[in-house]
Design a protein around this ligand. Sequence first.
Ligand SMILES: COc1ccc(-c2nc3ccccc3n2[C@H](C(=O)NC2CCCCC2)C2CCCCC2)c(OC)c1
Length: 232
Amino acid sequence: KEKVEITKEQQALMKIITDAYNRHQIPQDVAKKLLQDQYSAEENFLLLTEMATSQVQVLVEFTKNIPGFLSLDREDQIALLKGSAVEAMFLRSAQVFSRKMPSGHTEVLEERIRKSGISEEFITPMFNFYKSIGELHMVQEEQALLTTVTILTPDRPYVKDQQAVERLQETMLDVLRKLCVLQHPQEPQYFARLLGRLTELRTLSHYHTEMLVSWRMNDHKFTPLLCEIWDV
Ligand SMILES: COc1ccc(-c2nc3ccccc3n2[C@H](C(=O)NC2CCCCC2)C2CCCCC2)c(OC)c1
């Protein structure tokens, strides 16, 4: 049985990324807000666009802490951010949804999201994803590394130097693989399951524009930053 060992460098890399991931949390916790009050579809849409706008800003700050990211070609950095922003947002939403909450809170949160204004057809795939992320019981290092692996996806549109991105992503995947083996020794397939979620995440993100324009209200307004990042 091969002995899996995280090197000193990998330990340092993981600490930098996890600290940055935890530092760059959403300022106002949306779950708390949703648990407090029931909002109209319009108010919920505004809340979503506000949360998503601040999450994109948080994502940009987070990527500056990924060792090697700032050494990539500048335009490739933008292409990676634009290409991963929606997936990072759904990954963060899944982590918010799967957080341990006092009993009954998750059910209230689920109900509020179901009734938020999102159209019926997207609710099942979205919650299937949230629950499949929750079942993994990821530790924070795994969450941070999974988001990093998602950002460093080489085949995003307009990425010129895919090899450079691939090298960075492989560095992160190697740490994540070892971490999974050490954190979940009884589950040799855990790492594979984790990466499988990224496929589910990409599929869910394909629905994203549809989910927004079909929100049960008229005249959907977006912030300039979201117009940049979302294809709306
Ligand atoms: C595009 O369609 C949708 C639909 C639902 C969500 C969603 N899933 C959630 C799961 C847990 C808590 C919040 C959640 N949200 C919205 C939100 O505020 N998401 C934030 C985005 C930035 C990162 C933190 C979460 C809520 C939904 C209820 C109405 C108000 C917005 C969503 O988040 C991408 C996108």
